[in-house]
Design a protein around this ligand. Sequence first.
Ligand code: INI
Length: 154
Amino acid sequence: MNIIEGSFEAKGKKFAIVVSRFNHFIVDSLLEGAIDALKRHGSVADNDITIVRVPGAYELPLAAKKIAKKGGHDAIIAIGAVIRGGTPHFDFVAGECNKGLAQVCLDSEIPVSFGVITTDSIEQAIERAGTKAGNKGAEAALGALEMVNVLSQI
Ligand code: INI
């Protein structure tokens, strides 16, 4: 039996983090969690992490696509926070962000990790940004580390 599975170790691998500015109070904590996970779990060096800031979650797929196309990164981590308001705007932003990032991932064959939280309230967002429901930015970074390892073995 052959089992292929990845560890988190990724010394020497290069990661791009695309991060939206919208809801920066939440997003900053997600970004901090992602960087911490890359360094502590993946042994990734500061110099091997590139951060690209965009206005909102809607812009994340295009930035991710451009990074993937340019080459030079082993994985991309997308970080953002879409919080529901009183209009259907949330559904368009969250939907296009999710769809676009999935498309970039499959088209480029580079792991694009989904660290974009989509919540009904600011309280739910805070819970997922380093309080009682963990840190979804850190989780996304762990996913990217594992996928880089798994793909290198297939
Ligand atoms: N962008 C977000 O990242 N989160 C949100 O909650 C959000 N809401 O709710 O409006 C949001 N909107 C901005 C959007 O991502 C684009 O930046 C904007 O529409 C310009 O294209």
